[in-house]
Design a protein around this ligand. Structure first.
Ligand code: PLP
Length: 401
């Protein structure tokens, strides 16, 4: 364990997690420990080292050094009930490995219909080629998932709230139904950053984060993480090692540094996003705010029951009738919102998205264009003024048609 105690609250854990003098030395932060080769003092020591396969035992660069171990240890503390955490060069690599660790040819995988698009591509292309059949389900299915579980069903991939449209899933009910039938549950917990929602505590076997987003928090490192219960930890660890997955000590260092301030950043992201979302709700150009803390977001009651807060990422549906030119009029001249895919950094982003192309089991009922907003750490007055001008441009361009 790190210097913290198991009873500490989240804000303390962000500071103490993974800090172990005996492992990383006396400085507050661990050194960036670059290594491939580890040298042994004797043949006997070399032979002995092979036996142990745990963080904290020097073996070879691919198995990590104290910088990576400190990060993994700190992340394990974020998911109570987890036996350990493996690190990956991206969130997608983490999702791919976690699924590979539990699936084999002939298995059926159930995936929530509002999942991250690259998760779908991986299932529909790679897993299909491997002989795994993927079936998509309505994110609001809850305990009804039981009816979809057949003899060949091996795993269920959840994401809550879902990418782009933010439906909140009844994760405890789905996991309970799966667990009763021996089906593994995996959760992409990126939005909640393992902070607002504790996936393993709520019944999941495996939780996944795109650390690229809030853990790193500064839009400068790609990172994926997978944490697992004792039951699945060994399988996850060996699969990641067999696939040769590893991250650089420089990236681990930056991610650990990001983690130290994640509590205060999330607090601000949450507050600013709520303020802006409430303002947006009253604007004539906005039909709907898709934010779990809002009543018209599907699963809002579940969010209230299971989450301790909300992140800075949500979508808005604009009034129907705006074509590409109207969307461009809104987006292209925004001063403070960048146009880009990743999120969770300190800077705000606005991204036009189309959920219709990213689902198959359910239809997207919205009629107006959707814009996904990442609310950064800028002043909310400035962010609102920028959006206000953008919405006016949208309205003008949409009317001209
Ligand atoms: C960004 C993202 C990922 C993928 O993470 P990368 O590090 O970009 O590969 C996975 N899931 C969700 C929900 C994401 O937003």
């Amino acid at each position: 364990m790190s210097e913290g105690s198991g009873d500490d609250r989240p804000d303390t854990r962000f500071v103490t997690g993974g800090r172990r003098k005996s492992l990383t030395g006396p400085a507050v932060n661990p050194p960036v420990w670059r290594a491939s080769t580890v040298l042994y003092d004797s043949y006997a020591e070399l032979k002995g080292a092979k036996g142990s396969n745990e963080d904290g035992t020097f073996f070879y660069g691919r198995r990590g050094m104290p910088t990576q171990w400190a990060l993994a240890e700190a992340l394990t503390e974020l998911e109570p009930g987890a036996a350990g955490t493996m690190l990956f060069p991206s969130g997608v690599a983490a999702i791919a490995c976690a699924l590979l660790a539990v699936l084999k040819p002939g298995d059926v995988l159930l995936v929530t219909d509002n999942s991250y698009d690259p998760t779908r591509s991986y299932a529909d292309a790679f897993l299909k080629r491997m002989g795994v059949e993927t079936r998509y389900f309505d994110p609001m299915i809850g305990s009804g998932i039981a009816e979809l579980i057949c003899d060949r069903t091996k795993a269920i991939m959840l994401e809550s709230p879902g990418s782009l449209t933010f439906e909140v899933q009844d994760v405890p009910a789905i996991c309970a139904a799966a667990n009763e039938r021996g089906v593994v549950t995996l959760l992409d917990n990126t939005w909640a950053a393992s902070h607002f929602f504790k996936g393993i505590e709520k019944g999941c076997d495996i939780t996944i984060l795109a650390g690229t987003k809030y853990i790193v928090g500064h839009s400068d490192v790609m990172l994926g993480t997978v944490s697992a219960t004792p039951k699945y930890w060994k399988r996850l660890r060996s699969t990641a090692q067999q696939l040769g997955q590893t991250i650089s000590p420089d990236d681990a260092y930056l991610a650990l540094r990001g983690l130290r301030t994640m509590g205060v950043r999330l607090e601000r992201h949450e507050r600013s996003a709520l303020e802006i979302a409430h303002w947006l709700k009253d604007q004539p150009q906005v039909v709907r705010v898709l934010h779990p803390a809002f009543e018209d977001c599907p699963g809002h009651e579940i969010w209230k029951r299971d989450f301790t807060g909300s992140a800075g990422l949500f979508s808005i549906e604009l009034t129907p009738g705006g074509d590409d030119a109207a969307i461009a009029a809104l987006i292209d001249e925004l001063r403070l919102y960048g146009l880009g895919y990743s999120w969770g950094g300190y800077e705000s982003l606005a991204l036009p998205v189309d959920p219709r192309t990213a689902r198959s089991a359910t239809a997207w009922e919205g009629r107006g264009p959707l814009i996904r907003l990442n609310i950064g750490l800028e002043d909310t007055g400035d962010l609102i003024a920028d959006l206000a001008a953008g919405l006016e441009r949208y309205e003008k361009a949409a009317c001209r048609r």
